[in-house]
Design a protein around this ligand. Sequence first.
Ligand SMILES: [Zn+2]
Length: 624
Amino acid sequence: MKKFIIACSVLLAGFAANAQATAGYWQQHVDYRMNVDMDVKTFRYTGKQELIYTNNSPDVLDKVFYHLYFNAFQPGSEMDVRLKTIADPDKRMVINKGTKEEPEYESRIGVLKPDEVGYIKVQSLTQDGQPVTYETKGTILEVKLASPLKPGVSAKLAMDFEGQVPLQIRRSGRNSSEGVALSMTQWYPKMAEYDFEGWHADPYIGREFHGVWGNFDVQISIDKEYILGGTGNLQNGDEIGYGYEKKGTKVKRPKGKKLTWHFHAEKVHDFAWAADPEYIHDTLETPSGVTLHFLYKDNPEIVENWKKLQPRTAALLDFYNKNIGPYPWKQYSVIQGGDGGMEYAMCTLITGERSFGSLVGVTAHEMAHAWFQHLLATNESKHPWMDEGFTSFISDLAENEIMERNKPNPFENAYRSYFMLAMSGKEQPQTTHADRYAENMAYSFSAYSKGEVFLAQLGYVIGQDKLMETLHRYYEDFKFKHPTPNDFKRVAEKVSGFQLDWYLTDWTMTTNTIDYAIKEVTGEGEDTKVTLERIGLMPMPVDVLVVYKDDSYETFYAPLRMMHGIKDNPYPNLERTVLPDWAWAYPTYEFTINRPKSDIKAIVVDPSDLMADVDKSNNGMTFE
Ligand SMILES: [Zn+2]
């Protein structure tokens, strides 16, 4: 049957927010000072790291944990073994030695030679000058402190380390497929987060990250001809040059084969950089005062796309500033590197040999992560859907506007992928740890698509203007923190005035599905009786559109009793009848249309198509 879809215009409502700290909430703080010396021939580097680590917890700590992510890129690591044992390994990380029909995958990590593996080796570690004992367990360093760290007290942890940059296999590494020399992400000994939920010393198996907020002061010495981009603000642009100098300044480089790049970043929870001798470096000042940097290879096939990308990136920044909240740092860098697209503090590494649409798409997505990860830093191991899903939601909305796609439902693809997942028999609840999905497919669709639908569908539940207001208030209340799913739900509840526990519970903690149907429509003289049915386990409020043969429209709204509220009319230009609420346990629900059945052309459940109903075949009836 013909689809009757009505686009909901997403209103960009203003708001007045009162930041509200969650009672009992705390997070640690760490300030990094690092001096790193890179040998671009051997891809080995040495580092001196000084951390001022502050214990904001109510607990006395006798241990701390660091991540040593590069150790994942060694034969026999958890990452390697997981690649060899999962049914659908990441194609970037394997070589298919079989055929397309009968693949035989070889782990690229499993065949790394000693001079190609990645590692971080700790050479010494002290706490306030006292040597500590430590043990490396795969990608985690467990440290027994020399003296217990009391609540409210800081310690200086000083480390000497050496590292080797692995061949580019996943996210970071040397000599990417597009010829970028150094993608330096997850490259330094990084303090694991200890927060209100405990320690998060997750091994690096495949999925993403969680970190401690703080300030980074990083000096990187590297051969003079290498051009860098990354997290933070370059402090010595006038002696570096390459477009980092103040306009009109004559660059004065110190003598010697190497340059030392001095970066400083405030209030971030990670530090990444990339370097290549062939980078083109462009900058663009935006009206909001944020400088955009673009670093990409001098490759004639991509230069035009990368130039065209620049004004679109400024438009994206503007869109996110307006729709979530102001970007708080002074710069953002879009850097060619890595193996796809990955977000870092104040920058992203993306592959650059793409069509223009794909280049804007990946930038839109990764830049949105500056909000949904680097400002609103949900634990990505525990709640990847809040990170990937929210990012995908806002970037689809942004792209729809900036690329003038004007789709009535910009989230359509996410719904399609979610339906595939729900029907696949392989769905796991979104509460699953990101590394412990049985298959990569189930992880991706759950985190990206089902996560995106969580927000798009919340717009159906509470109204589009309330959804956008929720995002604003979420930003205000939880920026520079680690919000949880319940935190987000509470914001949506406060903004809308509705109770939404059922929504969070069923959507994220179960694999319950939504299926509402029109069961029966019967003429009763001058009236028409409609019987709706709830077939799926997940509750929902129900919008019904009635189309008459004279081409007029009318809507009916059956509120969900456990929500205790009525959303604003999503179609203010159509007459809406608010019906008595529908309590979940009743499988059927009846209401009356005060017109004869012979007047009716069609009846449709959810004309917005934003309710993720897994069986649309029973959502409409047409009458001749
Ligand atoms: Zn993402």
